[in-house]
Design a protein around this ligand. Structure first.
Ligand SMILES: [Zn+2]
Ligand SMILES: [Zn+2]
Ligand SMILES: [Zn+2]
Length: 256
């Protein structure tokens, strides 16, 4: 299984428009963070988790020429704003795009993208085949690939992380139940969100994320959904245990 980080930034991305802080002015390519998304290549299937506002640019950069399905963690715009750009795959693959999300998230997509779901569609609009994720404990198949949903809380909003084989991806969370932690145990690679150093109402802080990862002790862990407030990539990484690294855009990881 191969993972590619398409984006690793929080909702505003890094740099932030109009900000001249040391992170936003950094020339290190690892401090340029598009909105969070990850590409998973598993059993020959090409999957993307979340298509935010930078999706087109990310798909071009990583040459994602084929996409079998799209999964959504939750309905926030920084995770869904790129849905229109799946049209390219509709045209190329000549089929509707399977879109997996919880029923509440699908309802929100139907409101925000009314034209995609209209009875009489304008020619050329995206074509999606929605697949509701109805259980937050049982695995489901995405194009034949077993995916285990992991329930997390994003302030009060229930969101989903996903476990695919030895890979766990949880973003936009600041609470994981002991049952959710048990589902993540034994992973080879875990990706978890860490927004900044200070506590936040809806995201894990750096210390909180590190504490979760130290308990779960995967072979390798990566932090994502990073704000400019966290600090420069190289400065932050220097403070972390060896098995925890900051993700960066374009990072590719092999998962056992
Ligand atoms: Zn987000
Ligand atoms: Zn800044
Ligand atoms: Zn969110």
């Amino acid at each position: 299984m191969q993972i590619t980080f398409l984006g690793t930034g929080t909702s505003q991305g890094v740099p932030v428009i109009g900000c001249h802080c040391v992170v936003c002015r950094s020339v290190d390519y690892r401090d340029k963070r598009l909105r969070v998304s990850v590409h998973v290549l598993v059993h020959g299937k090409s999957l993307v988790i979340d298509s935010g506002p930078d999706f087109r640019q990310q798909a071009l950069r990583e040459r994602i020429d084929h996409l079998d399905a799209l999964l959504f963690t939750h309905e926030h715009k920084d995770h869904t704003a790129g849905l229109d750009d799946i049209r390219a795959y509709n045209f190329k693959q000549q089929q509707d795009m399977p879109v997996y999300a919880e029923p509440r998230v699908l309802e929100q997509l139907k409101r925000e993208y009314a034209y995609i779901f209209a009875e009489h569609k304008y020619p050329g609009v995206p074509r999606v085949q929605t697949v509701p994720i109805v259980s937050d404990t049982n695995s489901f198949l995405v194009e034949g690939v077993p995916v285990l949903p992991i329930r997390a809380l994003h302030y009060k909003l229930p969101v989903l992380g996903f476990r695919i084989g030895g890979f766990c991806y949880v973003t936009d969370a600041n609470h994981l139940s002991s049952a959710a932690l048990d589902q993540m145990r034994g992973s080879d690679v875990i990706v978890l969100n860490a927004l900044r150093r200070e506590r936040h109402i809806s995201h894990f802080s750096l210390d909180e994320a590190v504490a979760v990862l130290e308990e779960l002790a995967p072979r390798q862990a990566y932090l994502t959904h990073i704000s400019h407030l966290l600090g420069r990539h190289r400065d932050v990484e220097a403070t972390l245990p060896e098995f925890i690294r900051l993700a960066y855009d374009g990072l590719r990881v092999e998962v056992a």
